[in-house]
Design a protein around this ligand. Sequence first.
Ligand code: NAD
Length: 345
Amino acid sequence: MSESIGIAVVGTGDWGANLVRNFANAKGARLAALCDSDPLRLAQTGAQYPEARTVDDAREIAESDDVQAVVVSSSAISHYPLARLALEAGKDVYVEKPLTLRVDHAEELVRLAREKNRILMVGHLLIHHPAIQYLKRMVDGGELGDLYYIYSQRVNLGKVRKDENALWSFAPHDLSVILHLLGGEPIDVVARGSAFLQSRVEDVVFVDLRFPGGRLAHVHVSWLDPHKLRKITVVGSQKMVVFDDMEASEKIRVYDKGVDRAGQIVPYGDALTVRSGDILIPKISLQEPLRIECQHFVDCVRERRAPLTDGADGLRVVKVLAAAQASLERGGAPVALASLKQEVA
Ligand SMILES: NC(=O)c1ccc[n+]([C@@H]2O[C@H](COP(=O)([O-])OP(=O)(O)OC[C@H]3O[C@@H](n4cnc5c(N)ncnc54)[C@H](O)[C@@H]3O)[C@@H](O)[C@H]2O)c1
């Protein structure tokens, strides 16, 4: 395809503005339209991109012939209706995380994209991050040995949302990485959290996930915390890795640390020896992950190929979020992923 893809961005708020900037500069794309229901926001963003027309109603975008792909970056509660509207109108669609706030809604979007033969991508940004791609190659290449457990911290004193709690706002990032690295869904999920600032909107949530083979993951999210942390620690039988997104350039540290079994001729406990070797800081591309992600969407639309973070990936993460939400509402009772479909439907 030689013509550029006409892109419309719906929701040009704090994060949407970053998407607009990246799509305006993506190769093979052209910013056709900007849409926001807030006239002030629309005027602000529109003034920076005079090449794009501005509209306040997404239905106008759905009806536009010069728009082939719609980017949904509105508040999470409106992801589902806006993405459905665009897919039904035959557009390719990029939706910010979380794909939806309900499993059946995510399933419907995936089904609709398949029926209409449209591209559906979710903004699981970290999967496009060069450091996480490096980590994934290490895991797949067996360099870490067997993966034992992963834990993440995504906390700060930050933007307090009303339509979604800290779980749905922050945890999609960590869960998408955990599922990507461990290559499958958890057996069950336990979550505890508390709503300190607003009734029924949890500000802090601790999630525990149990995977086949005894592997574990733990996710701590909060927008009520003195630290700003964006950290994922991966512990394998051979090596351990820390991804720290707050580091300007040294995002990944690989620790050649572990506990080895020396041999079977000594008593079992004596056969375990601690290995504390070198720490490696690999050189990782510092390209903006969002730029990579936006270009990936444009390339997938042009080449008609499934994105790395497609609708199925979005649905997988929504399922885990829904299980965690169900557990939260039951005071931390374990919720099996397999039981979820019947409960949500
Ligand atoms: N990938 C990331 O790292 C990342 C980071 C922050 C936010 N996000 C996601 O981006 C999305 C937007 O977040 P934000 O921080 O920019 O929120 P925001 O509240 O600053 O902006 C949302 C914008 O959408 C507009 N909007 C809402 N409903 C609309 C509708 N029906 N039609 C048109 N416009 C509508 C609002 O007027 C507002 O300007 C959220 O889904 C959020 O989860 C992703």
